[in-house]
Design a protein around this ligand. Structure first.
Ligand SMILES: [Zn+2]
Ligand SMILES: [Zn+2]
Length: 329
C-alpha cells in the first residue's frame, strides 16, 4: 500500500543532499539514491531497481520531501547495473528528465536488456567454457531473463563524457571514469567541497564485485579496478556518498583495503592452481557450495576476472580440454 510506507528510515539528509534508501530484494537490502536541489530543479542519482516496493518507497519519499516528478531536471547514473538503473525509465516517463550515462554504460545496458538481450547467450557460453555444469545453464538463463521487468522500460540516454563537468543541483562535478566494478562506471567529484559520489566503485564494509564479461568491453577488469581504485584513493575527499551502506569519509583508506583484499584473493586462487582447475572449480573452493544462482553468477564472473589477471601477469596459464578452459600455475 503506497500510502502506508514509512519514510522515517529511508530518507536521510546530509546538508542539502538527500539520501533515499531504495529497497532491493537481495542481501544488499538497499541501494542509495541521492537527490540534490538546484535553482531550476532536482538532480536524481541512481534511482534504484524497479520493484513494487521500490515504487512505493519513492512515492512516499517524494511526497514527504514535497517533490513532484516534473521538478526532477536530470537523472544521472554512476553505472548501468540493474540495482541503480532499473527505475530510470520509470522516472523518465514521469519527469521527462534527460538520463545521463557513460557511453560504455549505455552499450552494456543495450547488450543486457535491449532487443534480443545478446549478453545472456554470450555470458552462458562464457560460463560453459569456464566449467559451469550443464544442469545450471538453463536456471541461469531464467535468472537473467527474470531481471528484465526490473529494468523496464529502457530510458532514452544522453551520453555523459568522463571529464566534462556535469551539474548536480547547481554545483559542477567532474565525472571520473572508474572501470572495474562496471565498465564505464563514473564517480562524480567536486574538488572545492571534497564531495564524491562513488557509486559502487568504493563501498564501506562491502567488497564491490569485479566481473569479467564477454564482448571485449574490458579484457582485464581486475587490472582496471585496481588502477581506478588507486586514482580515487589519491583524491582529497571529505565525504563519499556510496551506492550501498552509509556515506563515509575514509575513501583513501578504504581503497587501500580493497586493493589488499584483491591481492590476498589473487594469491589464494593462484595456490589452488597447483593442479589444473576450471574457474567454476576455483569459484566453489573459494566461495563455497551454498550460493544462490544470483550469488553464483557474480562469484563465477569474479573468479574469472581474477584468473585472467593471473594469466596476464604470467602467474597462470590457460589450457583447453575440448571446449572447457582450465587454469594452472
Ligand atoms: Zn553495481
Ligand atoms: Zn549496486
Amino acid at each position: 500500500m503506497p500510502g502506508h510506507v514509512s519514510t522515517a528510515s529511508v530518507v536521510k539528509r546530509h546538508g542539502d543532499i538527500v539520501q533515499v534508501k531504495v529497497p532491493l530484494p537481495f542481501p544488499l537490502r538497499w541501494v542509495n539514491s541521492y537527490l540534490i536541489p538546484g535553482r531550476s530543479g532536482w538532480t536524481l542519482i541512481d534511482p534504484g531497481l524497479r520493484t513494487e516496493a521500490a515504487e512505493a518507497v519513492w512515492d512516499a519519499a517524494l511526497a514527504e520531501l514535497g517533490i513532484v516528478c516534473s521538478q526532477i531536471e536530470r537523472i544521472v547514473l554512476t553505472h548501468h547495473h540493474p540495482d541503480h538503473y532499473g527505475l530510470t525509465g520509470w522516472f523518465q516517463q514521469r519527469s521527462g528528465a534527460p538520463v545521463l550515462l557513460s557511453r560504455t554504460g549505455l552499450e552494456q545496458a543495450r547488450c543486457l536488456w535491449g532487443a534480443g538481450q545478446p549478453m545472456t547467450e554470450q555470458l552462458l557460453a562464457l560460463f560453459r567454457e569456464h566449467g559451469l555444469p550443464p544442469e545450471l545453464c538453463e536456471p541461469m538463463r531464467e535468472h537473467m531473463d527474470g531481471f528484465v521487468p526490473s529494468v523496464s522500460p529502457q530510458p532514452d540516454v544522453t551520453v555523459l563524457e568522463a571529464g566534462d563537468p556535469v551539474l548536480l543541483g547547481d554545483d559542477a562535478y567532474v565525472p571520473i571514469l572508474t572501470p572495474g566494478h562496471a565498465a564505464g562506471h563514473l564517480c562524480f567529484y567536486r574538488a572545492e567541497t571534497g564531495v564524491l559520489f562513488c557509486g559502487d566503485h568504493v563501498l564501506p564494509q562491502i567488497s564491490p564485485n569485479v566481473s569479467y564479461l564477454p564482448g571485449g568491453i574490458d579484457e582485464n577488469p581486475l587490472a582496471s579496478y585496481l588502477r581506478s581504485l588507486r586514482e580515487i584513493g589519491a583524491l582529497e575527499v571529505r565525504i563519499a556518498f556510496p551506492g550501498h551502506r552509509e556515506p563515509f569519509p575514509h575513501v583513501a583508506q578504504r581503497a587501500q583495503e580493497l586493493i589488499g583484499h584483491h591481492e590476498e584473493r589473487l594469491e589464494g586462487m593462484r595456490r589452488l592452481l597447483d593442479q589444473p582447475k576450471t574457474a567454476y572449480e576455483v569459484c566453489r573452493l573459494t566461495f563455497g557450495d551454498r550460493l544462490s544462482l544470483h550469488q553464483l553468477r557474480f562469484a563465477l564472473s569474479e573468479t574469472i576476472a581474477h584468473l585472467i589477471w593471473l594469466r596476464d601477469a604470467g602467474q597462470a596459464e590457460q589450457v583447453y580440454d575440448g571446449d572447457v578452459v582450465y587454469y594452472k600455475q
